[in-house]
Design a protein around this ligand. Sequence first.
Ligand code: NDP
Length: 246
Amino acid sequence: MRLKDQVVLITGSARGIGKEIAKTFANEGATVIISDINAASAEATSEEFKKEGFNSSSFACDVTSMKSVEEMINKILDNYSRIDILVNNAGITKDNLLLRMSENEWDAVLNTNLKGVFCCTKAVTKSMLRAKKGKIINIASIIGITGNAGQANYSASKAGIIGFTKSIAKEFSSRGITSNAVAPGFIQSDMTDKLTDKAREEIFKTIPLGKLGTPKDVANACLFLASSEADYITGQTIVVDGGMAI
Ligand code: NDP
């Protein structure tokens, strides 16, 4: 019960990696707030967790809108009076080679992946500053470190998250708030489930540990950063990629 009585907000947690982070945290005693742009799927995930005996609630929120984020944070603070841990997980891809990349593809990815982290962190840290404690965990990507052809928008957004994480760590360390990032590599997902065996083999050749990561691998790194075991760690990025970026 490493997160007993902690109130945790996880963005984009109706499905995928965010849902696994929420489940992992709930298993450790946290109250998990499932936030997603899709209200119905956020509620469905929260109901699923409640049936398993976890403390959970759901809030619809579009992280690209400061207004939407502030409304959600105000409602959460009305209900729980505090947010101990924020996991900025919501993220999208809109891949294209740079010369074919539209302004919309650039803006959508930067707005969701990077502006979303700004909006949620700014709104949540106000209450963390009052409490003089808090943990912020940002989901970046290995692509923010290595770059990737066809993902200039995504790579820029995730590299931006790593810089943001360090800056926030410097701003808030003296106030008891830590800020860290997790950079996953190739993680089992709806997308990787559709890969052919040949494509899968080609990917495995680039990963020293020879397999895809799982959402649980990412959630475990987040759990460590969220726990008191990581109290003396801030401004860091933990890479969870099976050694791919070595
Ligand atoms: P998914 O697409 O499975 O889940 C993302 C969730 O975020 C969805 O529920 C989605 O809602 C929600 N979302 C999208 N836009 C918004 C928004 N504007 N406001 C609030 N919620 C939103 O993604 P993954 O689980 O695969 O990825 C989670 C994070 O991990 C992302 O930041 C991603 O970049 C990162 N990552 C993933 C890797 C992977 O291999 N999967 C590798 C490296 C990093 P909806 O479904 O309704 O659109």
